[in-house]
Design a protein around this ligand. Structure first.
Ligand SMILES: [Fe+2]
Ligand SMILES: [Fe+2]
Length: 193
């Protein structure tokens, strides 16, 4: 349903379980970046009223997720660490050429966002099904549902604003590219590592 071409190696969860502090810190920043992306889309494309409305709600929802993760960090007697470099996202964002029209740029950003939501959703599903800590597993199950909705929302906006055929073709190409990146990942205790 997510369209991903390469599933994450389930052993990734074993790596994560050995360092819950690390995954929580990385995850907290994923939520913060998702909120930042929503705000940034409002600033760069204010004339797309449907998008602005949706991104307003999304920014709040993602910061709500950030709060939930941060509260869990505090409950464990920990302090939020510094932001980690997200190699996965950095590589992914090199796929579409820079430049082009504002609309082309918008559809590219929407497709990137859709894919990051889809992969995050897949990772949350793995955590929800395999973590020994059942309370944390349940937390990831609820987030998985939210991220699946975000994935469809971003993809639908890209199809709505861009040329449907062109957008679908770009989406398929981006999925192929992402699968290549994923081949080297699934070995670190970060959300996309
Ligand atoms: Fe989220
Ligand atoms: Fe999300």
């Amino acid at each position: 349903m997510l369209g991903l071409k390469l599933p994450t190696d389930p052993r990734w969860v074993n790596i994560v379980e050995k360092n819950i502090e690390e995954i929580l810190t990385d995850h907290a920043y994923c939520e913060q970046k998702a909120a930042s992306t929503a705000i940034s889309l409002i600033v760069t494309h204010p004339e797309y009223s449907d998008l602005v409305t949706a991104m307003t709600a999304l920014a709040r929802e993602e910061m709500g997720h950030f709060k939930m993760v941060h509260d869990r960090i505090l409950a464990r007697g920990l302090t939020l660490g510094r932001d980690r470099k997200d190699e996965y996202v950095l590589k992914l964002l090199t796929f579409f050429p820079k430049g082009g029209s504002r609309l082309t740029n918008l559809t590219h950003r929407l497709l990137y966002a859709a894919l990051i939501e889809a992969r995050s959703c897949e990772r949350f599903r793995l955590l929800s099904e395999n973590l020994e800590d059942k309370e944390l597993a349940e937390f990831y199950r609820s987030l998985m549902v939210s991220e699946a909705n975000h994935y469809t929302m971003f993809l639908n906006f890209a199809r709505q604003y861009g040329d449907r055929k062109v957008v679908d073709e770009k989406w398929q190409n981006l999925l192929e590219f992402e699968a290549q990146i994923m081949k080297d990942l699934g070995k670190k205790e970060t959300m996309h590592g």
